[in-house]
Design a protein around this ligand. Structure first.
Ligand SMILES: *Cc1c(COP(=O)(O)O)cnc(C)c1O
Length: 413
C-alpha cells in the first residue's frame, strides 16, 4: 500500500518531529507551555497576529506551543498539510460537521460507526443536517444515498466492534468525482497501518486517546487536512477564512468555528502525554496486531467460540480488501460464544483480560458490547449495525501472546 508515506520512514519522522521545530534550550521534548496569554513588546505585532497577517499566539483556547508541536507531528505522520487538535476525538468529529455544514445539508455515513459518533450524527439530524447511514463495505450504497444536498461522506477504516472494512479507495474515487468532502476516521488503523491520504481522504480524524497516546492516560483528538480537497467550490465557507492555499480553507474554518468558537481545546499537559506516548506507537500497534491475529486464529479454532470478527482471518468478508489496504489488520476483534457459555461469566473468568471500555491501551480490554457501549441505541439500531446481544469486543494489548491464549483457554474450558 501507501504511496503517500512520508519519507524518511514513519518512526524516524515521528521521533524527530519536535527537534525539527527547534524546541527551546535544545530540549528533546517540546516543553509544556501552560500560559494562556502571550506578550508582544510591540502592540502592532499583537494586532497583526489577531488579523492573521503574522504567525503567533494570541490566546490558549486556539493556540498553544505544546499543542502546535503535537499538531505538526500528526500532520507529518499523516502526510497532510495541517492539523488541528481537540480535547477528544468526539470534539474533532463534531467540530468538522459543526464548522462545515449548514441546515439542509446532507451527509452520507457508514452505518458501522463508533457508538458515540452514531449518537452525535443523530443529534445533527435534529438540527436540520440529515445523515444517511449505509453499508460502506460497498461503494454502490454510498453512491445511491447521495442527494443534491450531500456535502460530506464519513467512514471509519475498520469499524468498531464488528470490524467491517469500508470500501475506502472506491469511496475516495467517488467523492473526488462528485466533489464531496471525504472524512476518514483512522483511529482503529492509526497512521502506522494506513494512510487515508492514499485513498483520497480530504480530512482525517484520529482519536488520540486510543493507540496514538497508547496508555489510556490522556484524551485527545485531531483533524488533519490532507491537501487533496479544493475548497474553492465549497459553498459554506466564510469569506474571512478564504485565505492562503485553497487546499487549506476547510481546516482554517474548522480551527476558527470549531476550535476557537466551540472551545473543546486540548490541554498542553495532555498534548505532552500524547506526544510522548506516540513515540512507541508503531511498536505497540505492531505487537498488538500480531497478538490479535494469533488470538483470532485461536478463537476461530475453539469449539466454544461461534463467531470471530477480525479482518486478518480468511473468513472475514473484507479480508482481501484489508490485505490490500493495511500494513496489518489492527488490534480490534470481536467474538460470539456458544449459547451455553454466558458472556458475563466468561469475562469474569479472564485473569489478564480486563473488563473495561476503551481500546488502544497497552493492556487487553474486553467488553460485552450490547449491554454497555451500544446499549443506549436500542436493539433495532444494533441489529442494523450487525451487533448481536452476545458480542464481546476485545481490544488486544501488548501482553505476551502465550499468556493471552492461556487466559482465553482457561476461561473457555
Ligand atoms: C474512541 C473513538 C472515537 C472518539 O474518541 P474520544 O477521544 O474517545 O472522544 C472516535 N472514533 C473512533 C473510531 C473511536 O474508536
Amino acid at each position: 500500500m501507501s504511496t503517500d508515506k512520508p519519507s524518511p520512514h514513519f518512526d524516524t519522522v515521528n521521533l524527530h518531529s519536535d527537534r525539527s521545530d527547534k524546541p527551546e534550550h535544545g530540549a528533546l521534548h517540546k516543553p509544556i507551555h501552560t500560559s494562556i496569554a502571550f506578550e508582544y513588546a510591540d502592540s502592532r505585532e499583537l494586532a497583526a497576529v489577531f488579523q492573521g497577517k503574522q504567525a503567533g499566539y494570541n490566546y490558549g483556547r486556539q493556540q498553544n506551543p505544546t499543542v502546535n508541536a503535537l499538531q505538526n507531528r500528526i500532520t507529518r505522520m499523516e502526510g497532510g498539510v495541517a492539523s488541528v487538535a481537540f480535547a477528544t476525538g468526539m470534539a474533532a468529529i463534531g467540530s468538522i460537521l459543526f464548522s462545515l455544514l449548514k441546515q439542509g445539508d446532507h451527509v452520507v455515513s457508514s452505518a458501522y460507526l463508533f457508538g458515540n459518533t452514531n449518537s452525535l450524527f443523530n443529534t445533527f439530524g435534529n438540527l436540520g443536517i440529515d445523515v444517511s447511514f449505509v453499508d460502506a463495505t460497498d461503494v454502490s450504497n454510498i453512491e445511491k444515498a447521495i442527494t443534491p444536498n450531500t456535502k460530506l461522506v464519513f467512514v471509519e477504516t475498520i469499524a468498531n466492534p464488528v470490524t467491517q472494512v469500508a470500501d475506502l479507495a472506491k469511496i475516495g474515487a467517488l467523492c473526488a468525482a462528485k466533489r464531496l468532502v471525504y472524512v476518514v476516521d483512522n483511529t482503529i488503523t492509526t497512521p502506522c497501518l494506513f494512510s487515508p491520504k492514499s485513498v483520497g481522504a480530504s480530512l482525517i480524524v484520529n482519536s488520540l486517546s486510543k493507540y496514538f497516546g497508547g496508555h489510556g492516560d490522556a484524551l485527545g483528538g485531531a483533524v488533519t487536512e490532507t491537501g487533496l480537497f479544493d475548497w474553492s467550490g465549497f459553498p459554506n465557507l466564510y469569506e474571512n477564512y478564504k485565505t492562503g492555499p485553497t487546499s487549506q480553507w476547510g481546516l482554517t474554518q474548522i480551527k476558527k468555528k470549531g476550535l476557537r468558537d466551540f472551545g473543546a481545546t486540548l490541554s498542553p499537559e495532555a498534548a505532552h502525554t500524547l506526544a510522548v506516548g506516540s513515540e512507541t506507537m508503531s511498536l505497540r500497534v505492531k505487537r498488538a496486531s500480531d497478538n490479535a491475529l494469533a488470538l483470532a486464529r485461536f478463537c476461530e479454532e475453539h469449539p466454544r467460540v461461534r463467531t470471530v470478527n477480525y479482518p486478518g482471518l480468511a473468513s472475514h468478508p473484507q479480508h482481501a480488501l484489508a490485505t490490500k489496504l493495511f500494513e496489518q489488520y489492527g488490534a480490534l476483534m470481536s467474538i460470539e460464544l456458544d449459547d451455553e457459555v454466558d458472556c458475563f461469566d466468561f469475562l469474569n473468568r479472564l485473569q489478564y483480560v480486563v473488563s473495561s471500555s476503551n481500546l488502544g491501551d497497552t493492556r487487553t480490554l474486553a467488553i460485552p458490547v450490547a449491554h454497555t457501549i451500544f446499549y443506549e441505541m436500542g436493539p433495532q439500531r444494533r441489529a442494523s449495525m450487525g451487533i448481536p446481544d452476545s458480542l464481546i469486543r476485545i481490544a488486544v494489548g501488548i501482553e505476551h501472546i502465550d499468556d493471552l491464549i492461556a487466559d482465553f483457554s482457561q476461561a473457555l474450558a
